[in-house]
Design a protein around this ligand. Structure first.
Ligand code: IMP
Ligand code: MG
Length: 426
């Protein structure tokens, strides 16, 4: 048995989905362990593109089990619609191949309203959330008010939790939302639960479901990226879950030990939403990356901010989360750049530093110090490492030596075939 986790090393959208899908064929079970439908993967198989948000990418493979584990927060309506949509493209989804931990906290309609309201109250300091109510769902989980999948059919518990939720949020809604009506909001929550509880009941399994897979290959599918981790990311401009690979142990109820931690990083950096991004490039280079990389959010359609690779941030995250291998993606986006830069240190208050300070104020002041490397032209073959342009090989070596971590897969496009595996994963 081997257990492998794929996690994003930047601000999300590193191209994890393609590799989860790629590695899923050798796994028995594919597990989502944090985040919610703020995530969005586009997976291209034989020219057909599938957009997944909450369903583990393993769902596209026959004979695999997809498990949504307890660290995830689930919007019932959104997951229901996603299941229907993916089914329509001919993919089989049933309680046979999709399992959900019964201790998952759900996202209520009121959370989405509150997410947008809280963002608007923040004015200039807004986070730029996906508006999916993710933060509210985690907040209520920790606040011990959350309704979990196992509660959906327990009328008394549902009423009790809704009372607690209303008690907590009514004041802010009464103050700032003229259309707010407490009775209607309560009614809306009850109807939402009534509508979906029967459907999801079939999919529930005990939280320790993974115990049944001790002898199997397990693939854990991270969402978002490490720089959005609620503890270690660019706080408060982060998502509300722990996105580091080590979250597997809690978020999936995994009692084993990860054999490999595959950290996915783009050959450059992108970020959606607001917050510090030291290597953000406001010039021509950033525009070319945005255009060549088609850098628009899968979930919200927003333009992604772009910039050169930040090796300081990358190393920081690799050390925090025990990454064993890097998967370097979207290398083709840099084809044709005369020079490629990598950030190898920051300047802060006149000093050179090579770590990320935790303070929001200091993070915003970080000035990247770059090392410039020669670029490479397009039109090369990537069947073998030896066939890559020398300057690209140098770029790869530079990243490996700075981060002390081997790059095991190189990716040059969206399709499965556009990859070069340097070290076997399973
Ligand atoms: P939230 O997760 O919707 O609360 O959003 C918090 C921050 O995380 C915002 O900056 C979002 O743009 C960002 N974010 C959340 N999920 C993703 C993702 O899957 N990819 C990239 N950014 C994300
Ligand atoms: Mg995404």
């Amino acid at each position: 048995m081997t257990s492998v986790c794929i996690a994003g090393l930047q601000w999300g959208d590193e191209g994890k989905g393609k590799f989860v899908d790629y590695l899923a064929k050798d796994a028995k079970i594919i597990v989502r362990f944090q985040g919610g439908n703020n995530a969005g993967h586009t997976i291209v198989i034989n020219g057909t593109s599938y957009k997944l948000s909450l369903l583990p990418s393993g769902i596209l493979h026959e004979g695999k089990i997809s498990f949504i584990a307890s660290g995830v927060v689930v919007d019932l309506e959104s997951l229901y619609n996603e299941i229907e949509r993916i089914r329509q493209s001919g993919v089989k989804i049933s309680p046979e191949n999709l399992k959900m931990a019964e201790n998952i906290s759900i996202i209520l309609p009121i959370y989405k309203k509150l997410d947008l309201l809280i963002e608007s109250l923040k004015g200039e300091n807004k986070i730029g959330t996906t508006g999916r109510g993710i933060g509210l769902a985690y907040q209520d989980k920790v606040g011990r008010r959350s309704i979990r999948l196992c509660d959906l059919n327990e009328e008394e518990i549902v009423h009790e939790r809704i009372n607690a939720i209303m008690q907590f949020y009514s004041p802010i809604l009464e103050k700032h939302d003229p259309s707010f009506n407490g009775d209607l909001a309560r009614q809306e929550m009850l109807e939402y639960i009534a509508k979906y509880k029967g459907f999801f009941k079939e999919y529930l399994v005990p939280a320790n479901f993974l115990q049944n897979f001790k002898e199997e290959n397990i693939l854990f599918e991270g969402a978002q990226g490490a720089m959005l981790d609620v503890s270690f990311g660019t706080y408060p401009f982060v998502t509300s879950s722990n996105t580091l690979a080590s979250e597997v142990y809690i978020g999936a109820g995994f009692g084993g030990k990860l054999n490999r931690v595959l950290g996915v990083a783009k050959a450059y950096c992108t970020r959606v939403g607001f917050g510090p991004f030291p290597t953000e490039d406001f010039g021509e280079d950033g525009k070319v990356m945005q255009k060549n990389g088609a850098e628009f959010g899968t979930v919200t359609g927003r333009i992604r901010r772009c910039g050169f690779l930040d090796l300081v941030a990358l190393k920081h995250i690799i050390e925090l989360s025990g990454v064993t291998d890097i998967i370097l993606t979207k290398i083709d986006v840099l084809n044709g750049f005369k020079k490629v830069k990598v950030c190898t240190a920051y300047e802060l208050e006149g000093k050179v530093i090579n770590y990320i300070p935790a303070s929001e104020k200091l993070q915003k002041q970080l000035k990247p110090i770059y090392t410039e490397l020669e670029g490479w032209e397009s039109g090369y073959s990537f069947n073998k490492l030896e066939e890559l342009p020398l300057t690209l090989k140098n770029y790869i070596k530079f990243i490996e030596s700075y981060t002390n971590t081997k790059i095991s897969i190189l990716s040059f496009g969206a399709e499965r075939k556009d990859s070069l595996t340097l070290n076997k994963i399973w």
